[in-house]
Design a protein. Sequence first.
Length: 363
Amino acid sequence: MKVPFLDLKAQHKGIKDEVERSLQEVMANTAFASGPFVQKFEDEFARFCGVKYCIAVNSGTSALHVALLAQGIQPGDEVITVPNTFIATTWAITYCGAKPVFVDVDPYTWLMNPDLIEQAITPKIKAILPVHLYGQPVEMDRINGIAKKHGLIVIEDAAQAHAATYKGKRVGNLGNTTCFSFYPGKNLGAYGEGGAVVTDDENIAGRIRILRDHGQSKKYCHDFVGYNYRMDGFQGAVLSVKLKYLQEWTDKRNDIARRYSEGLKDIDGLQVPYIRDDIVSAFHLYVIHTPKRDELMTYLQENGIAAGLHYPIPIHLQKAYKHLNQKKGDFPFAEKNAVQCLSLPMYADMTDEQIEMVIDSIG
Ligand SMILES: *Cc1c(COP(=O)(O)O)cnc(C)c1O
């Protein structure tokens, strides 16, 4: 038996008829770019998150980019974020001509450490961009509090955290502007690329709608520099189908995580995910930490189990960000995460045998 890291074929099998019907409808209506199927999904996803507005775009990266632009981030500004995330988080800052300023993470949750934010604030800092990494919401009350005190914007990277909750509220409804990705491997994945911004702020929603569509307020009236970041109709239709299953899939991910943690918690030198009791993680990733990470990964591979690294090189040590002049040792916990993290297979369609095989192979 093999255990893949993610099994999208198994997921597709369960929803194939519904998805195919929805794609046929898009074709029958030739609603290929934006249009009614995208709008329907926007309404449904806004309701799911408990917010007023959802603006669908063509990727999570685009969602972050337009969210920052709509909040007025511009060249010369600086934005606080973390070094252990997918690079798209900081690309969005860089695309605005702004500079990412890193704070280190907490060594238990591996999320932005709120204790370190205030000391990083300077007059150039305009926003905080926390990442709900692995699907765990960050401590939003503290981050929102710091932002309010210093007059900063908060934009959340929730690319991994669909359906996660913090103090009983779903991610998307915790701050002002939240960005999602619907990349196929994400918890809510399109059949192609996709992303969205959700917000309760009518002005921000309006600006993002214009930004994603060539800066058009009306057809062929361009108010400011815009982009072609529209979602295509097929993705809207598929996402509407899949959204109906998202909570069920999230519950299953949590069941798998509980079984993993129960089976792995007593292994010497191995850290299972620490989940605060005020959150429900989306468990996009189930990440363990061990100093013997590379050996364990190779061993699992040899036994037919695919594990992943999220992420092996922190952003402040990436060649693309050499100009930030940061060095090894600047963010010790983000760096420790990079060398010790190991993401185990995680998808709602995992069988009992597969879950047990992973646990037995590590134990
Ligand atoms: C996937 C991801 C993104 C980017 O989303 P795309 O849809 O791939 O552009 C941004 N941030 C994080 C944390 C992600 O995991």
